[in-house]
Design a protein around this ligand. Structure first.
Ligand code: FAD
Ligand code: NAI
Length: 475
């Protein structure tokens, strides 16, 4: 006997579980199917984000930052430490606990919202008059009928050709989050978000880290001035980053991994490392959906084809998050999940792609929203820029972290904020004010006229807004 639901969500990552919660809030009888297993074979909803992404990476970034502060920053505060050490097993255990708390939190939210959870793989069987038939297989076996289907099956790490992940010496984000002891030499392919975050974790813990990047520019999507400032900071931290390389071969040997590549100057080089993290982007995940059974359209990149409202080519089938176009970010995935549930209810769900913030959780943190200076130049848009360095911010001095700046870009004629870019302490939190401002179409002057608490890092935001009109007060 199949079970009928108003909404069946396939995938329980940030896109799927949030879509399910919003659908249930709107009064729909909702099911969510997710196949992720914990180490005991039990359900572990939350997807990449909770299990091998956002949450565990931030847990390790926190642990390694404490270690680095204890080793390098405490002395300035007059705090002496003898025999500083790190217990990697304990650090990884703490990270696993944080992950489990999040898995359990989502299971609780399913109960609280009366969402029926199925632990297993969801795949299409056929379309019928009552809705789509979905088979659940794996930990649970069942057949469901969904009047509306939301696909939220996420993404997987892309491997280098000829070098599949073994998670022992060639690591995806999964293996990178559970290296059992600090490798003496760690190689990273790709200086994107994962490469920089995971490279930072293991460098802080003592590994010699070399990052090999194919593109000739560092963090090409980031505002150039901000990317340069960040690159200088990473070089001071002795994170080696080589740009413009072409990887020719990755070979495993008894000692570890050897990477042959051609440098930007054309020299043939080899990098010998104990472990290699490959972080060269992610691919949408549609394996196991049996998309062919219903004729669901998938593009050449493997992403499910959707329109601006996340509608697929099939009536009443929607797709959200990493499995569709757009940035692969948890908060973008969640926004799409909410918007689709609201559209199913006949409401006007909305996602503003112009105000999705980006954060790279390195030290210094890098965060931005809106357009970069190079994008404005390329578009021929007349703009004004204002920057304010954390060096001139009292709270940053008290914290002992004065790296970086806040940068505002505003329309030359109307003063509307077009982009805000931050490199420096707590950039991840500071960017929220800029997102709100842009969402409300504020001008730089609006921010400049708002009272900000003293002493706070947010004063650097106000000062950067003042800098647009060339009237900073503290610099
Ligand atoms: P996913 O989180 O991938 O979830 C998809 C779920 O669907 C999975 O549980 C999967 O098992 C399940 N599934 C797939 N197919 C089926 C099926 N047929 N049946 C049942 N279940 C299925 N983003 C940020 O915004 N901030 C960060 O700090 C951040 N850090 C990251 C760090 C790392 C190391 C990585 C790898 C990613 C990070 N991301 C971050 C990106 C973020 O994790 C993704 O954008 C987000 O998880 C996408 O959510 P999703 O729900 O679309 O997919
Ligand atoms: P990425 O797209 O951020 O970076 C990949 C990098 O690898 C690029 O700089 C690219 O030029 C380079 N590259 C590609 N092929 C290469 C090759 N053959 N040799 C050398 N370099 C090569 O992808 P990444 O780091 O794998 O992360 C995937 C996604 O996960 C991110 O784009 C982001 O959407 C998400 N993420 C978000 C985080 C956050 O919000 N803080 C943290 C981690 C991941």
């Amino acid at each position: 006997m199949s079970k009928t639901f108003d909404v069946v969500v396939i995938g329980g990552g940030p896109a799927g579980y949030i879509a399910a919660i919003r659908a249930a809030q709107l009064g729909f009888n909702t099911a969510c199917i997710d196949e992720w297993k914990n180490d005991k074979g039990g359900p572990a909803p939350g997807g990449t984000c909770t299990n091998v992404g956002c949450i565990p990476s931030k847990a390790l970034l926190q642990s390694s930052e404490h270690f680095e502060h204890a080793g390098h920053a405490f002395a300035d505060h007059g705090i002496g430490l003898k025999d500083l050490s790190i217990d990697i097993a304990k650090m990884l255990g703490r990270k696993d606990t944080v992950v489990k708390q999040n898995n359990d939190g989502i299971l609780y939210l399913f109960k609280k919202n009366k969402i029926t959870f199925f632990h297993g793989r969801g795949s299409f069987v056929k379309a019928g008059d009552a809705g789509y038939e979905i088979k659940v297989s794996g930990a649970t076996e069942d057949t469901l009928i969904g009047k509306d289907i939301i696909i939220a099956t996420g993404s997987n790490a892309r491997a280098l050709p000829g070098a599949p992940f073994d998670e022992e010496s060639i690591l995806s984000n999964d293996g990178a989050l559970r290296i059992p002891s600090v490798p003496a030499k760690l190689g990273v392919i790709g200086s994107g978000v994962i490469g920089l975050e995971m490279g930072s974790v293991w460098r802080r813990l003592g590994a010699e880290v070399t990052v090999l990047e194919a593109l000739p520019t560092f963090l090409g999507a980031v505002d150039e001035q901000i990317a340069k400032e960040a690159q200088k900071a990473f070089m001071r931290q002795r994170l080696k980053i080589e740009l413009g390389v072409k990887i020719s071969e990755v070979k495993k040997d008894k000692k570890g991994v050897s990477v042959s590549y051609t440098s930007a100057k054309g020299d043939a080089k080899t990098l010998e490392v104990d472990k290699l993290i490959v972080s060269i982007g992610r691919v949408p995940n549609t394996t196991g959906l049996n998309a062919e059974a219903v004729g669901l359209k998938i593009d050449e990149r493997g992403a499910i084809v959707v329109d601006d409202d996340c509608r697929t080519n099939l009536p009443k089938v929607w797709a959200v998050g990493d499995v569709v176009r757009g940035p692969m970010l948890a908060h973008k995935a969640e926004e799409e999940g909410v918007a689709v549930a609201e559209r199913i209810a006949g409401q006007h769900g909305h996602v503003n792609f112009n105000t999705i913030p980006w954060v790279i959780y390195t030290s210094p943190e890098i965060a931005w929203v809106g357009q970069t200076e190079q994008q404005l130049k390329a578009a021929g848009r007349a703009y004004k820029a204002g920057t304010f360095p954390f060096l001139a911010n009292g709270r940053a001095r008290a914290l002992g972290d004065t790296t970086g700046m806040v940068k505002f870009l505003a329309d030359a004629a109307t003063d509307e904020i077009l982009g805000v870019h931050i490199v420096g302490p707590m950039a991840s939190e500071l960017i929220a004010e800029a997102v709100v401002a842009m969402e409300f179409k504020a001008s730089a002057e609006d921010i400049a006229r708002i009272c900000h608490a003293h002493p706070s890092l947010s004063e650097a935001t106000k000062e950067a807004a003042l800098a647009v009109d060339k009237r900073t007060l503290n610099f």
